[in-house]
Design a protein around this ligand. Structure first.
Ligand SMILES: O=C(O)[C@H](O)[C@@H](O)[C@H](O)[C@H](O)COP(=O)(O)O
Length: 268
């Protein structure tokens, strides 16, 4: 890990300002070269940290934004566990991103998954595949309009990291970590509730132009030391190595406390 990609802040307010600076810069650059800005967002503390400063910025071409979810819990969109619902409350309700450019799971496919859970493995496979294929179609509609693409290449993926080292809904030692094809995967046994989710695969994450991890609080100290400073680590977040893109870490001092890497405070 190049230490210059690790940005630490004494408080989350400063972190949010720099994260907004990076997002605005990437939004401008992407719109200039590709006439759109494609972003993947995660749940947890990320939507609030992202939006707290960004939502007040002016001159952002929000109508050029296309937003996907790096992972989503398979619950209705107005459920308290929904990552969409969280992002809506913290972010979407405050900025004019066109609703049809915020790509959610199809909630009409959820009841058949619920029924399938009672029926058993084969039915679950079928129902979850429909949800996965629907979300992949949404990705295809944005990323594969001109030429077929092997993987979508996001302008920016915003990722959290759990105290166990998970990112997206890719959990330690889970078989989903071995996927080398496919854009979206179903997980029915997430160790973090709720158990049923969809997630971007590692190849999708690693093909992004830019990936920003955001982690705060002392509960992340040990796992960050393992992810950032142990090159042998097999934790999911440690498997994020952009193929050609850039990787950034945004940490508060509490989370970064055990890192011996150099600390810098400004992104641009
Ligand atoms: O769907 C989820 O469960 C979340 O997206 C999850 O993966 C989150 O990003 C991490 O657990 C970090 O969460 P915090 O930033 O709140 O620690």
């Amino acid at each position: 890990m190049n230490a210059s990609n690790i940005h630490t802040f004494s408080n989350t307010r400063e972190l949010s300002v720099d994260l907004a600076d990076l997002t605005v810069k990437l939004s401008e650059e992407s719109i200039k070269s590709r006439d759109r800005f494609t972003v993947g967002i995660s749940g947890g503390s990320l939507p609030k940290l992202l939006a707290s400063d960004l939502k007040n910025r002016e001159d952002i071409e929000w109508d050029k934004w296309h937003v996907f979810f790096c992972d989503e819990r398979l619950v209705p969109l107005d459920h308290e566990d929904s990552n969409y619902s969280l992002c809506k409350k913290e972010f979407f309700d405050h900025v004019p991103i066109p609703g049809d450019q915020i790509y959610t799971i199809d909630p009409s496919l959820l009841p058949q998954l619920e029924t399938a859970v009672e029926k058993g493995t084969e039915a679950i496979e079928e129902a979850s595949l429909e949800i996965v294929e629907d979300y992949e179609q949404k990705l295809i509609s944005v990323f594969a309009t001109v030429n077929a693409v092997k993987f979508p290449v996001f302008d920016l993926l915003l990722l959290g990291v759990g105290p166990d080292g998970h990112t997206c809904s890719l959990f330690p030692d889970h078989p989903l970590l071995d996927l080398t094809i496919g854009w979206v995967a179903y997980i029915g046994d997430s160790p973090k509730p709720p158990p049923r989710r969809i997630t971007f695969t590692l190849p999708v994450v690693n093909h992004a132009h830019n990936i920003a991890f955001v982690a705060t609080g002392e509960g992340k100290q040990d796992v960050l030391k393992e992810i950032i400073e142990n090159p042998e680590s097999r934790l999911p977040a440690a498997l994020v190595h952009p193929v050609t893109g850039k990787l950034y870490w945004f940490l508060d001092d509490a989370a970064a406390f055990k890192l011996t890497s150099l600390k810098v405070t400004s992104v641009i």
